[in-house]
Write a protein that binds this ligand. Structure first.
Ligand SMILES: *Cc1c(COP(=O)(O)O)cnc(C)c1O
Length: 240
């Protein structure tokens, strides 16, 4: 049986190999473990194997899991990333319970997260979700809108702009995938090159999943979001 610890190790090896192939340092690419649909016990296993950053898509599921994991006495402090779509009626939960939000794609959501971030917590770490392929994943702003949204976010005191995030559609081959991934990296570079204030910690390109992390790393990803590669196949049958 392959344990979560084994699979984590194997994902680290894949990240290492992808970095070697393109001449990057493995320390430049962090691993976000996507635990959506998996129980708190699976998070515990990964945490005890050394994983610290976890991503959740469904906000209520995430909030419940964060509480369950926090109650486990042998699990160290973890960092929680919201990587699913954020509707207006869910911003408060995200602001109160998560450390990061990767899927900010419009002013209204940024403003609400800022206003609802509790005073006693550090600023919410934020990525702008961009849609570079106009694909079926409808969330995400256009590359043009991303620069304007960056201006808005950097002026909100309870948000810290960390980078960009994208979920491109699968492409026919690696060359096509790499091109799409490079467009995301270009959006990051354009925002950085603008020199606007508030980019002191602008360092994150959240790009690549189990199937496409090698091309994402070749393009410049600094954070890959891996679910099935760590936890196994997902079972959605219990979801409403
Ligand atoms: C589910 C999901 C992932 C992980 O996908 P895998 O293919 O299981 O690695 C990464 N990012 C987002 C936004 C997701 O929804």
């Amino acid at each position: 049986m392959t344990t979560i610890a084994n699979k984590l190790q194997s994902v680290h090896t894949q990240i290492h190999e992808a970095c070697q192939k393109c001449g990057r340092q493995p320390t430049q690419v962090s691993l976000l473990a996507v635990s959506k649909t998996f129980p708190a016990e699976a998070v515990r296993e990964a945490a005890l194997a050394g994983q610290r950053a976890f991503g959740e898509n469904y906000i209520q599921e995430g909030v419940d899991k964060i509480a369950a994991v926090r109650a486990m006495v042998d699990v160290p402090a973890l960092v929680w990333h919201c990587i699913g779509p954020i509707q207006s009626n869910k911003t408060k939960l995200v602001a109160q319970h998560f450390d990061w939000a990767h899927t900010v794609d419009r002013d209204k959501i940024a403003q609400r997260l800022n206003d609802q971030r509790p005073e006693e917590l550090p600023p919410l770490q934020v990525c702008i979700q961009v849609n570079v392929d106009g694909g079926s994943t409808k969330s995400g702003c256009t590359p043009q809108q991303a620069l304007e949204l960056a201006h808005v976010i950097t002026q909100l005191p309870r948000l810290q702009l960390r980078g960009v995030m994208s979920i491109p559609d699968p492409q026919a081959d690696d060359a096509a995938m790499l091109q799409v991934h490079r467009k995301v990296v270009q959006v990051f570079e354009d925002i950085r090159a603008s020199g606007m204030a508030g980019l002191e910690r602008f360092d994150t390109i959240s790009l690549g999943m189990t199937a496409d992390m090698h091309t994402a790393i070749a393009a410049g990803s600094t954070m890959v979001r891996v679910g099935s590669g760590i936890f196994g196949a997902r079972d959605y049958s219990h979801k409403a």
